[in-house]
Ligand binder design. Structure first.
Ligand SMILES: [Zn+2]
Length: 136
């Protein structure tokens, strides 16, 4: 296993963290940073085998400014993506995590976030923390 100093963060990897002593994993293996990158999502969903049903989570500011256009583009491309828009001032707390969790169908295959760091952090938490046994 490589250390954090030895990895290329843009490649699929795992490393033993010098800070917390845990093994961190970056399973996706590809980062795309470029103008119009969001339009490539349907290709990545297929390429990475993420499944059929996705859920986009965003907030109303992002949705109105650019999320709606991106979302409609994905739908036009045939991507099966549900939508949940957080409203009001979004705070990264238990209530927001509960709202997102309650709006993700049990049969969702993958989650997508568009936003600032708050929405992305909330979605990342919901996507990675297993639900209680009775919800599985
Ligand atoms: Zn760590």
């Amino acid at each position: 296993m490589k250390t954090i100093q030895e990895i290329d963060v843009y490649e699929r990897h795992e490393f033993l963290c010098d800070c917390c002593g845990k093994i961190h994993v970056m399973p996706v293996g590809e980062v795309c940073i470029e103008a119009g990158a969001a339009r490539k999502l349907p290709d990545y969903v297929q390429k990475l085998g993420l499944g059929k049903k996705g859920v986009l989570i965003t907030d109303e500011v992002i949705y109105q400014s650019l999320g709606k256009t991106i979302y409609e583009g994905w739908q036009a491309a045939g991507l099966d993506v549900a939508l949940y828009v957080l409203t009001g001032r979004v705070v990264p707390n238990e209530a927001a995590i509960g709202l997102v969790t309650c709006h993700v169908p049990f049969d969702a295959d993958y989650l997508i976030s568009i936003g600032g760091g708050t929405v992305t952090d909330i979605v990342r938490y919901v996507a990675t923390v297993p639900p209680p046994m009775e919800m599985r």
